[in-house]
Structure formats: structure tokens, C-alpha cells
Design a protein. Structure first.
Length: 532
């Protein structure tokens, strides 16, 4: 199969449109497609002499690169037209190429349509055609009318496949790569479907969806032109250009998705000694460069570092862990950063999370054993064994954690020992010791024990690549382990007194306080780290 790509962008293979075309070719498996860059080709303008119809039928009198291109157009099985929208039509160099296709037609009038036209000189009825284009508007709708009419007349309405993408200039913004890559993946899928027989309706609908809403796109597009706009600014003034740091901050503010909380987010770019504020209201965000307000959160960072984070070249969490930037004031906004400023639209369907965990699944059988055995050894031991037997049922809805699996034989073994006549006082004390050892081991593993359960509030599995999150949870896991390592001491003492039946209740006081400490520490420690 011969696949021919006519690339009409003056930027050749570096164009935004060609990113889509390359993804389509990769999806279709047409990696050997021939590419003609019309802007670099030697193609003169049509003279309108009609010599190709009369004096030299099928051959143009102009001697240039178009002769070779015509032969390739005739031989192609599939022709892909790839170009950006120029003033609501095709680029000038591509129009020249289109005009110079006159030798492919016969001078006689065609009878198969109501518009008039000319039949093809060669049999190209089995040839298929694809049109791929991007434009600089927030939507493709209404902006491709002239292009559609051109190709409708050229190939016939419905006889070609079109992928028209608005917001094309965003593909050149590295900071938006996470979102634009999503769209390119849809284009790749469209290529695979086309090669297999046709683009599915669901994929066609996804291709029509804008990358961002109109207001977000237009703010980012305006900022990308390095022009500082205001109501009092003359757009023709020589003093309207702004610097990259302001444009970058403005584009970041344009991505903000309101959550109903008012904030003042201040950025101090330490490598430039420049400061800007993003004043966030309940419904919008505005960048100011003077007359600053009292900030709620201040980020002190080199611009280069924050740009690398925005581009996905560096992990923001890792950069914070390495103290490449500081965060002063309210740290909570950093925990919600992807939700508030992420490049991916949050209104897109969320993927079902199959990695949910729940610490109660780990704690429940231990707590039952500690509470029930001191009251009634037999009933308590049987209850604990039943709890471990039922534990796997919860894994239908929740992702099992290794420490839950380990707990089953430990609890079952200790409970069985009680039923076989072991001293309950020794068994319960030993269970606290075993539980403490498990937590200490959990503090030394690659992913600390508590991290499995707290990750749900920090991006799920993505949190495991956050070194500060891991360190915080490693400290907490060790703290809980130490608590349960010393708990057997007073447990053994209590069970030798009249308070034996209340041992489980009494022992729940320290974990309750530890739980309060955990909630506080999870916020305090990262914020403290970020300030220093």
C-alpha cells in the first residue's frame, strides 16, 4: 500500500498539524509513508493556459517539481492532506499544489454532479483520502467551512475523512504536554481504527472535543504571544511586550479551576528576582505584578525549575523533597495542585480506581482479638478466627495489602493457641508485640505501611513516587510501631489485675491519641519541609 502525505505547513515536519499526522500514521502502522513538504517543493503557480488539456494533454508546460508529485498522486492508494488553517483556508503553497493538479483532469464536463466539473484523466476511484488540520481557534466548528467546501468539491461530500482540531497552537506549549498528549493518543487510535476499516463513532466524537474550554484557551493563547494586554493598553504600542515569566504565570492562572475558595498565590522567581501574584476568587484567577495583596501561599522557586515541573520534565514532589523550591504559608493548595492547576481537564470521565484500600480491614481482626479475648477467652478466640476467615471477602471491593495477608496467619495462630489452653495474658501481650514488629518492618519496606492507606488522598499510586510522602509515612509507621512495641508491657500488667476485661478499651486510648497525631503530622511535616 502506497501512502502519500502532502504536508502543507511552511514549518514542514515541525508543525503542530504534523504532530497529529505523525500520530495518525503511527496508529495506522504506515511508518513508511512518503511525505512531500509542499512549502519546500519547487512548485510554481498555475498559468491558467490550459496547455495540459490541449497542446500537451496530461502534461504541464511548467518544468518543476510538480511533475514528480503528480506521478506520486496517481500511484498513491491513500493521500493524506496535512496543513494548518490559513485565513480560513489552506496555506498558499498548498493551494499552488492543488491548482497544479489540473493535468489530472480532462477538459470535458462531468455529468455525475449538479455543480459542473471535469472527470479524472486516470482511474483513481479506489484511492482514499484523509484531511488533517489544526487551527488557532478554540473550536474547529465554523472555521473550516471553506476547507470543507474545497474538499467536498474535490472528492465529493462524504468521500474523505477529516480530522479538524481547534486549539492547535497549544501543541507547541511544553507545559500542556500532558493534555495535548491525550489528544494525540486519540488521533493515534483513530489511525489504527481507520486502517482496520473505519474510525469509530466514539473516537470521532472525542476528536471533536476541544482541549480546553473557550475562556481557558483564549487566556493561554493571548499569553503565548508575549503581549501584556489590559483595558488601557494600545495593542499597537511598542511597550506591550512582556517577559516569559509573566506569560508563564498568566498561562498557569488560565488553567485554574475554581473550587470556591479565595486565595492569593504568590510566585517569587528567585533566578529573576521577580514576583507575581495569582489572585484567586471563587470563580476566577487574575495575575498582578504590583500592588500586591497579603499572600496565603508563597512559592519561592527559580523560574526554570517551575517550568520544568510544568512540562513534566521534573516531578514537583521530588523537586520539593530536594528543596529546589520553598512553600510558605498555607500548604494545602499544594496537596490539591493537580486538581486546581493541572493541565488535564477535570471534567473528562474519571477512570475507576481499582486500588482503593481501607485501614479498617487491617485493624478490625486485631482489635476484635484484643477486645474479646480478655473478656472471654473462648468466645474471643473464635471471634478473632472468624474475622480472619472473613477478611478476604473485603478484598473483592478493596485492594489487599501485604500486611493484611500477613495478619491472617498471625491472628489465627494466636487465637488457636488460646483455644488450645495457652495463657491468654501471654497471648494478648504477644499479639501487641507481633503487631508492633509488623509495623516496624513496615517502616523499613520500600512503601511504608501507612502509605498504602493514606495514598488515596494523595493521588493513589502516584503518591508512591513522591519521596516526601514516603518519608512522612515512614516516620508515622515507625511511630506506630514503637507504640505497639511498648504496649505489651502495660498490657501484661493490666491483665494481671481486676481491670483485665477492660484491657482492650484502655489500650485504645493511646492509638486514639496517635490517630490525632497522625492527622496533624501528615500536614505539618510536609509543610515544615517545604518552608526550609
Amino acid at each position: 500500500m502506497k501512502v502519500l502525505v502532502i504536508n502543507g505547513s511552511p514549518k514542514s515536519k515541525n508543525s503542530n498539524t504534523f504532530l497529529l499526522t505523525r500520530s495518525f500514521l503511527a496508529g495506522a502502522g504506515w511508518l513508511n509513508a512518503e511525505i512531500i513538504n509542499s512549502a519546500q517543493a519547487d512548485i510554481k503557480g498555475c498559468l491558467g493556459c490550459y496547455a495540459c488539456w490541449q497542446k500537451t494533454p496530461g502534461k504541464c508546460v511548467l518544468s518543476d517539481g510538480m511533475e514528480t508529485i503528480l506521478h506520486k498522486l496517481i500511484a498513491a492508494d491513500i493521500v493524506i492532506w496535512s496543513f494548518p488553517l490559513y485565513y480560513f483556508s489552506v496555506p498558499g503553497n498548498l493551494k499552488n499544489l492543488i491548482d497544479r493538479q489540473l493535468p489530472l483532469t480532462l477538459p470535458f464536463m462531468a455529468e455525475e454532479n449538479n455543480y459542473g466539473g471535469h472527470p479524472l484523466r486516470y482511474d483513481m476511484t479506489k484511492q482514499r483520502h484523509i484531511v488533517i488540520s489544526t487551527c488557532g481557534f478554540w473550536t474547529a466548528a465554523g472555521n473550516y467551512d471553506a476547507v470543507s467546501v474545497l474538499f467536498d468539491r474535490y472528492y465529493g461530500m462524504g468521500n474523505y475523512t477529516a480530522i479538524f482540531c481547534g486549539q492547535g497552537e497549544l501543541f507547541r506549549v511544553p507545559e500542556l504536554r500532558s493534555r495535548t498528549s491525550e489528544y494525540l493518543e486519540i488521533v493515534r487510535r483513530a489511525g489504527a481504527e481507520y486502517a482496520a476499516g473505519g474510525i469509530l463513532k466514539e473516537t470521532q466524537e472525542e476528536l471533536l472535543q476541544p482541549l480546553y474550554s473557550r475562556d481557558v484557551f483564549e487566556k493561554m493563547a493571548d499569553a503565548s504571544w508575549n503581549i501584556a494586554q489590559s483595558k488601557n493598553t494600545n495593542p499597537n504600542s511598542k511597550n506591550t511586550t512582556s517577559d516569559d515569566s509573566l506569560n508563564f504565570t498568566t498561562q498557569m492562572a488560565a488553567l485554574y479551576r475554581p473550587d470556591g475558595i479565595e486565595r492569593v498565590l504568590e510566585f517569587h522567581y528567585t533566578d529573576l528576582e521577580k514576583t507575581y501574584q495569582i489572585v484567586i476568587t471563587k470563580s476566577s484567577a487574575e495575575v498582578i505584578a504590583s500592588n500586591f495583596k497579603k499572600y496565603s501561599t508563597r512559592i519561592e522557586t527559580p523560574l526554570t525549575v517551575w517550568q520544568s515541573i510544568a512540562r513534566g520534565e521534573v516531578s514537583g514532589q521530588e523537586a520539593l523533597f530536594l528543596r529546589q523550591y520553598k512553600v510558605l504559608g498555607d500548604f494545602d493548595i499544594m496537596l490539591k495542585w493537580d486538581e486546581l492547576f493541572g493541565a488535564t481537564e477535570v471534567n473528562r470521565p474519571a477512570k475507576k480506581n481499582a486500588q482503593r484500600t481501607n485501614m479498617l480491614i487491617l485493624l478490625a481482626p486485631w482489635i476484635l482479638m484484643w477486645a474479646a479475648i480478655p473478656i472471654n477467652m473462648t468466645v474471643g478466640a473464635v471471634t478473632a478466627i472468624l474475622a480472619t476467615a472473613l477478611l478476604p471477602l473485603f478484598w473483592i471491593c478493596f485492594h489487599p495489602v501485604i500486611f493484611e495477608r500477613v495478619s491472617i496467619p498471625i491472628i489465627a495462630g494466636l487465637s488457636l493457641a488460646v483455644l488450645l489452653g495457652a495463657d491468654a495474658r501471654m497471648v494478648v501481650s504477644a499479639s501487641y508485640l507481633a503487631f508492633g514488629i509488623m509495623w516496624i518492618i513496615g517502616a523499613c519496606t520500600k512503601i511504608p505501611l501507612t502509605a498504602y492507606y493514606s495514598a488515596v488522598n494523595y493521588g493513589n499510586d502516584k503518591a508512591f513516587s513522591n519521596p516526601l510522602f514516603i518519608r512522612t509515612n515512614r516516620i508515622l509507621t515507625a511511630a506506630w510501631g514503637i507504640l505497639y512495641l511498648i504496649t505489651p508491657i502495660w498490657t501484661y500488667a493490666l491483665m494481671g489485675t481486676d481491670l483485665s476485661a477492660y484491657t482492650g478499651l484502655i489500650n485504645s486510648a493511646c492509638p486514639a491519641l496517635m490517630g490525632i497525631f497522625t492527622v496533624w503530622f501528615q500536614k505539618w511535616y510536609p509543610a515544615r519541609w517545604a518552608r526550609t
